[in-house]
Design a binder for this molecule. Sequence first.
Ligand code: ADP
Ligand code: MG
Length: 342
Amino acid sequence: MKKFYWLSLIFFLACNSGEKQLVKLEGKTMGTTYHISYLSSDKKDMSSNSTNFQTEIDSLLVEFNNSVSTYIPSSTISKVNKPDTMIEVDEYFVEVFRKAQDVSEKTDGAFDITVMPLVNGWGFGYTDTIRMDSAVVDSLQQLVGYRNIGLIERNEKYFVRKKDKRIQVDFSAIAKGYGVDLVGMLLEERGIENYMAEIGGEVRAKGKNEKGEVWRIGVEKPIDDPSAANHELKDILKLENKSLATSGNYRNFYYRNGKKVSHEIDPMTGYPALNNLLSVTVIADDCMTADAFATAFMVMGLEKTLNYLQKDSTLNVYLIYADEKGEMKVMMTSTIKGVVVP
Ligand code: ADP
Ligand code: MG
């Protein structure tokens, strides 16, 4: 578990609020944990052999992972990453792929799922780390570029076409967000109007919590801590019918020759993106969008992010950065100010 914890809700608890019961579910998925809270008027939810949505959610997440996880050898994405140029893909893959390509276009390639060979090389992927000298970085970077892959529709089937069979894609920066959206959409289809769904710190919230208030999410202080034991909060944000995702380089990093190597890779240079941004929290209408942009902004750095936000008012952003003196500072879009809990 990382990035956030829910303030008021700790274990599988139920409490009364009028006729609605608070149901809490937790489990593991995508190499991390999930936590879901929802208000239910169904008494069955509370019984010991309850018919709550856990089984359904777990199988949905298994199905989704069988499409998008690079850690499952038989997954769709693993097939795409084999040395082939035309690969049939499923609908989950198509949804994530389309959003990824859209965010790549919008961010001039700061977000780019074809960074996979570099991510592997730098030691954040599914293969062994390799010795990354400039020649290796250059050669791996030849395979990077979101314009080198595309989606083709043929007879109601979808295929990914790769310009070079060695191209590989990475959904790690976006798939958790879509997983959260899928869980949220499932709950909505089952008539749940008040819920908060979270996977590994990416969150989607609808309606109100058990106290009749808007759901609240903590933004952690980005303190270097690979053990993820530190959960000190910088602020708490209200999340009203929106989604939120955070990216940072304070958990997933290591040092090599005294230099920090972080897991966000700049596709333009082939090297880990290190700039003055410490963490980026994005609030958007859906969690997949928030997730992808949080990663993109970490790569872009403070200035480019602020420039981008001038022309895209659909995103709300809470940025933590280091100033010239190395002190932690916060900058946020004007609408986010209104959702910070005083
Ligand atoms: P987390 O997975 O910790 O929530 P992110 O959502 O920011 O963090 O995803 C980071 C992961 O995305 C990296 O570990 C890597 O697998 C992948 N990645 C790294 N750089 C990029 C990039 N420029 N564009 C897309 N994906 C990237
Ligand atoms: Mg992300």
